[in-house]
Design a binder for this molecule. Sequence first.
Ligand code: SF4
Length: 355
Amino acid sequence: MRRKTVSFLIRDVGMGSDYPVTVQSMTNTDSHDVVATLAQVEQLAALGAAIVRVAAPDMAAVPAVAEVARQSSVPIVADVHFDYRIAIAALEQGVDAVRINPGNIGGLEKLAAVVEAAKKADAAIRIGVNSGSVEKELLEKYGHPCPEAMVESLEKYVHFCESLGFEKLVLSVKSSDVPTMIRVNEMAAERFKYPLHLGVTEAGTVRSGTIKSSVGIGSLLAHGIGDTIRVSLTGDPANEIPVAVGILKSLGLMKAGVDIVSCPTCGRTQIDLARLAEEVETLCQTIERPLKIAVMGCVVNGPGEAKEADLGIAGGKGAGIIFRKGEIVHKCHEEELLDAFKSELENLLTEETNK
Ligand code: SF4
C-alpha cells in the first residue's frame, strides 16, 4: 500500500500519495539557451516526464529558466546550488518549484528567505540531502554519512520549514550506493509526512544505471514508498524516461501504454523471435492505451501466454499464430507475421476507439 503523504499540486501535476507516482528528468542543455532547453523539456515530456528540472547555475540563467517555465507544457523545477538569491529570483520570475540543498546555501536564514519566496509564489521546494552534504557535527556524531546522519540532517530543515508554516515540500535523500539509498528512504518514509523523490545518484551509464535505479527505486516503490522518481543516467536524458516508465509499469503503478511480454527464447524457438519482439516493441511505442501484447517463441508456453494478452504472437516452425483476446485470428508464415500483427493491432485500436 502506498505510504500516505501530504499532497499538493506543482502547477497542474499532483505530487504525493493522492496522485500517481510521477516521472522526472533533468535537461543537460545550456540553461541560458531557452530554445535548446525548451526543446529538450518538450522531448522529455513527450516521452513521459511529468516534471522537468533545469539547472540554474548562475543569476544570468534565471530569466532563461523562467522563460522555459512560462512556455513549457510541464512544470519546471529550477535546480540551485550555493546561492540562495538564485532560488529566490527563480521563484519570483515564475518557476514552478526550486530544488535546493540547504546544506550548501549558507544557513537557516537563507533557507527562510527561499521559503518566503516560495510561499509568495505558491511554489514547491524540493529539499535534497545526500551523503556529501551531511554537516560536520553529524559526521562527528555518526562517524560517516550513514543513513541515520542523512535523515537527521534532513529533519532539521524539515522542522525549520514547518516552523515557518511551509508544507509544499518534496524530500530527497540520495546515495550512489543502492542499499544505502533504500535504507535512507525507508527511514525518511517513517519519519516524514512529505512526498519522497527517489533516485540513485550518479547511477552510471545506461546499462549499470538502469540496473541500479531499477533495484533501488523499484524496491522502495514495491513497498509503497516514493512519489516521484528520477532515473539518472550518464548522457542523453531521453534515455532515462523509458527506464523510469518501465519501472512504474512493471509495478503496475502506470497503466498507460503497451506492456510487452516476450519469452527469452530457447532450443524450441524456430522463428527469429528477437527481431520480431524488437519490431513489435517499435510498432507499439507510441500507443498510449493500456494493452498487453505477448510475443512468444513456441507452442509449449506460447499460446497460453498469448491467449492472456490483448494481442499475441506464438511462433512455430518458420510460421506463427496470432491470437486476439484468446481467439486465433491468423496462421501464417514467419515473413507475414509482422504485417498480420500490425493489421490486427490497427483493427483492435480502431474498434476500441469506436466503442
Ligand atoms: Fe522456449 Fe517456447 Fe518458452 Fe519461448 S515460450 S522460452 S520458445 S519454451
